[in-house]
Design a protein around this ligand. Structure first.
Ligand SMILES: C[S@@+](CC[C@H](N)C(=O)[O-])C[C@H]1O[C@@H](n2cnc3c(N)ncnc32)[C@H](O)[C@@H]1O
Length: 299
C-alpha cells in the first residue's frame, strides 16, 4: 500500500488517458524553467544577513482596498463576466482583497487565503464594508487547499512569482473553481524594478525572468488554454509618498541599513526605479482543464 504522504501516480487514475510523452516533456521543461528562473532571485546570504527586515515582505497598507474597490480594471471586468449572480469568489494570496472586492456584486460571498494574518484581517474588514459574507483561511497555497471550500470563480493576483512549484499551485486553483480562474501577474518579475539600484549599491546583477510568457508556457503545457490580455498596472505598483518614505521602502527592498537613508534619498532623486507598468491578465474556464491537471508530471 502507498504511503498517504506520497503523491498520486498515473495508475491511481485509471480512467484518465495517458498524456503523450511529448506533452509530459513539455510540462516538465516549462515547470522546471519557471522554478529555475525564480531560484535565480535568491539574495546572497552575506547580503541577506545585513537586512534589518525581509526584503520580500509586503506592508498590509499597500494592499488594502480603498473605500470603493476599483471596478474599472480590465482584470475585474473579465472576472465579473463569469461570476454568477450572488456567486462566490476565492481569492488566493488575497492581501487586503483588491481582486475579490471588485467582484462584489455580483459576488456576495468571498473567501480569502493568505500566508499573512494581517492581510486576512484587512480582507475581512473590506468584505464587511461591502456587505459581503466572508471567510478567511490562513496558510500557504496549495498546502491549505484541502481545507479551502470551492468557489464559482477563483482569482489570484500578483502571487505567481512567489511560487516555485507552479504546477500544483495552478492545479489547486483550477480544482477549486466551479466556473473559471483569473490570474494576474506583471509582465516581468515586479522586483526587477530594483535591478539598477542593486547594481548601484551592491554591484550585483539581478535577473529579469521568469516573465508572464513563461507562466503562459506552463499553462499551455498543462493543456490550459487561457484567454490573455495586457493592461496598464494600477498606480500602487509605484509607491506614493514623499522621497523619505520611498527611500525607507528602497532600503528594505535592497537590504540596506536604514542608516544609509540619506544616500538612498539622493540616489532615488535622480534614479527612479523602473516600475513595471504592464500586467498580464489570464482567464480560463473549468472543467475543461481539470483532466490534464490530474497528471502527475511536472511538479
Ligand atoms: C503582492 S501581494 C498581492 C495581494 C493581492 N492579491 C493584491 O493583488 O492586492 C501577495 C500576497 O500573496 C500572499 N502569498 C504569497 N504567496 C502565497 C502562497 N503561496 N499562499 C498564500 N498566500 C501567499 C502574500 O502574503 C501577500 O499577501
Amino acid at each position: 500500500m502507498r504511503n498517504p504522504q506520497e503523491p498520486a501516480t498515473a495508475s491511481d487514475h485509471p480512467t484518465q488517458h495517458a498524456r503523450p510523452q511529448s506533452a509530459t516533456l513539455a510540462l516538465v521543461s516549462a515547470t522546471k524553467r519557471w522554478a529555475q528562473l525564480l531560484s535565480d532571485w535568491a539574495i546572497p546570504d552575506q547580503i541577506l544577513a545585513m537586512a534589518a527586515t525581509s526584503p520580500w515582505e509586503h506592508a498590509v497598507a499597500t494592499f488594502e482596498v480603498a473605500n470603493q474597490p476599483d471596478r474599472t480594471l480590465l482584470s475585474a471586468r473579465v472576472a465579473r463576466e463569469i461570476v454568477p449572480p450572488s456567486g462566490s469568489v476565492l481569492d488566493v494570496g488575497c492581501g487586503g482583497g483588491r481582486a475579490a472586492m471588485a467582484l462584489v456584486p455580483p459576488a456576495s460571498h468571498v473567501i480569502g487565503v493568505d500566508a499573512d494574518d494581517g492581510m486576512l484581517d484587512a480582507f475581512a474588514t473590506a468584505a464587511r464594508r461591502l456587505g459581503a459574507s466572508s471567510e478567511t483561511i490562513f496558510g500557504t497555497w496549495p498546502a491549505v487547499g484541502a481545507k479551502t471550500p470551492p468557489a464559482d470563480v477563483v482569482v489570484c493576483h500578483h502571487v505567481a512569482y512567489n511560487v516555485a512549484a507552479i504546477k500544483p499551485f495552478v492545479a489547486a486553483l483550477t480544482a477549486h473553481a466551479r466556473v473559471g480562474v483569473v490570474v494576474v501577474l506583471p509582465v516581468v518579475h515586479p522586483m526587477s524594478c530594483w535591478n539598477r539600484a542593486w547594481e548601484h549599491f551592491w554591484k550585483l546583477e539581478r535577473p529579469i525572468g521568469p516573465t508572464s510568457d513563461d507562466f503562459v508556457a506552463v499553462l499551455d503545457a498543462l493543456g490550459i488554454s487561457a484567454e490573455r490580455w495586457e493592461m496598464d498596472r494600477p498606480d500602487q505598483s509605484a509607491p506614493a509618498g514623499d522621497l523619505r518614505a520611498r527611500a525607507t521602502d528602497a532600503c528594505r527592498r535592497l537590504c540596506l541599513d536604514p542608516s544609509r537613508l540619506d544616500e538612498v534619498m539622493e540616489y532615488l532623486a535622480t534614479a527612479e526605479p523602473d516600475w513595471v507598468r504592464t500586467d498580464t491578465v489570464l482567464r480560463w474556464t473549468v472543467p475543461a482543464s481539470r483532466d490534464t491537471l490530474a497528471s502527475p508530471s511536472g511538479d
